[in-house]
Design a protein around this ligand. Structure first.
Ligand code: FES
Ligand code: FES
Length: 157
């Protein structure tokens, strides 16, 4: 089947999409967007988190055909002119990245959180990121990164 959707502001079309194919596969293997990570492929880890029509979704749980006519934003779409966006930069500054496999999904989820709560409490950060698993960092530096991103966004507003 043919799937056409908007990805990071651009209309993209893929042909030959199989009925059971996931949006994650479509993004990574057909559209050349490897930023969205494939870790568990069963909705458990959050590594594949994207925005689908502005709402967080695990791309591994969405059929590619379901994205037809809809708007997808991946971590690649959150950069500004190829430079790290403030959330990505905060992860680097706070040393919140080790293997980096969880990081794109976390960055997308943090964007969602900070769009809703400009100064989230630690409890709100933990709640918002509960679906994003990290096997490396122990989470404390991720919390530091979110606090830093919130501060920087406040300064640049
Ligand atoms: S790869 Fe989708 S939730 Fe883990
Ligand atoms: S940095 Fe390795 S899984 Fe999070």
């Amino acid at each position: 089947m043919r799937v056409t959707c908007t990805v990071n502001g651009t209309t993209r079309t893929a042909d030959g999409v199989r009925a059971g194919e996931s949006l994650l596969y479509l993004l990574r293997e057909r559209l050349g967007l490897p930023g969205t990570k494939n870790a568990c492929e069963q909705g458990e880890c959050g590594s594949c988190t994207v925005f689908l029509d502005g709402v967080l979704a695990c791309a591994c749980l969405v059929a590619a055909g379901q994205a037809s006519g809809r708007e997808v934003v991946t971590v690649e779409g959150l950069t500004s002119a190829g430079e790290p966006d403030p959330v990505q930069a905060a992860f680097v500054t706070a040393d919140a990245v080790q293997c980096g496999f969880c990081t794109p999904g976390l960055v997308v989820a943090v964007h969602d959180l900070l769009a809703r709560r400009k100064d989230p409490s630690d409890a709100e950060i933990r709640e918002a990121l509960a679906g994003n698993l990290c096997r490396c960092t122990g989470y404390e530096k991720i919390l530091d990164a979110v606090r830093l991103a919130a501060q920087r966004r406040e300064v640049t507003r």
